[in-house]
Ligand binder design. Sequence first.
Ligand SMILES: CC(C)(COP(=O)(O)OP(=O)(O)OC[C@H]1O[C@@H](n2cnc3c(N)ncnc32)[C@H](O)[C@@H]1OP(=O)(O)O)[C@@H](O)C(=O)NCCC(=O)NCCS
Length: 354
Amino acid sequence: MLSNSLLLGRRLLKTAPEFSAAIRTATYLTADGKPRGQLFRRNLEIVIDPNEKLIDAFMDGYGKQRLNFRREDIAMWRETFKDNYRLVFTVLKGTNTVIATTHAITFNPLPNHKDTPHQYLGFYWIHPDYRGVDSMRMTEYIVKKNSKCVSDNAIAQSFPTSFKLWQKMFGHKNYGHIQSVSYYEMNEMKVPEDLDTSGIIIKNAKDVPDKDIVDYDNTVFPYERSKYVLAILRSPIGFGKVAYDTSGKVIGFGTVIIYPSGECVLSPLYADDQRVAQAIFKNILEQIPWDDKKLLRFHVRSVDKIEKQFEWIQPFLKCPVRKEASAFLTYQSHLPTIHYQKVFVNFPYTNCAI
Ligand SMILES: CC(C)(COP(=O)(O)OP(=O)(O)OC[C@H]1O[C@@H](n2cnc3c(N)ncnc32)[C@H](O)[C@@H]1OP(=O)(O)O)[C@@H](O)C(=O)NCCC(=O)NCCS
């Protein structure tokens, strides 16, 4: 079952005595307050690149509760990032019980961009029965073993839930942007009729050349993620669009993905200006199956480096714009370069800095 998994676990066993010794006296509780045993090196398997059986086990628990995620995303991340992707599960030894997940993606700068690679950390989750100092120390160990081998610069959009971990791992909690989120019920949304979309031509992302999408993405984020951006915009459960001006120049792209949970996630939405962003979103909304009872709500994120952060969406709402702060772009040594001017909505936060 765990054939390709044990290297890191063995290293942890041999080289991290601090993982257990320093905290042996603490009492650990499950989510409903019952005492649990401490996590030790000897009762865990640290599984790099988990197999389908373990992914099924994860899906049976937290995986199916996460509204903006589906099982196929893991295959997509593996396929599009290839050797730059590493998924790690922590499993109770001798079982299929997944108690923690994390992943890391290495982003190399484009050839004409001067920077070192950074490693993006995300997909942090600890089973509620195993949260505590022991699992956090284990996570730090796994993260450092992962990131140190490819890059000295770790990046993450850290949520309040993972901020302590970040600070302890890297010694500071300085951050770049603040990410906010808005949720809207389906009946709070509308398709405005009077938007001026003249001169903006919208095409399906599946029908345009790869280069149109990739080149535009590179003007915002000068790091290699070409296969990923194509996969997101052409997701079979999404509505990926690319906008052109009348001379055939790309002026934006965006998608809404409807997850099996019914969550309608707008991510990303990049555009030259607000009029283009609105034209893309309008085109998508005209194709959403509004009468499908499974649709849960709209989920929209944005970052505070953008002037009038969520203002562009107001014509699509029957209610005032709402937002709540959700995460901070934290970094180990320095921030990646991000050209924020075109960013109306960032990419999925678990995978990229923007
Ligand atoms: C994110 C998540 C893994 C964090 O776990 P957590 O147990 O809630 O984290 P905490 O910050 O409370 O840490 C637990 C304890 O370990 C300590 N700790 C954190 N990192 C540590 C480290 N590297 N070394 C030693 N101790 C550490 C904390 O200080 C805390 O102890 P305290 O309460 O005495 O201060 C967990 O909340 C989770 O799975 N949430 C759902 C998914 C999610 O929100 N993911 C985040 C996406 S970025």
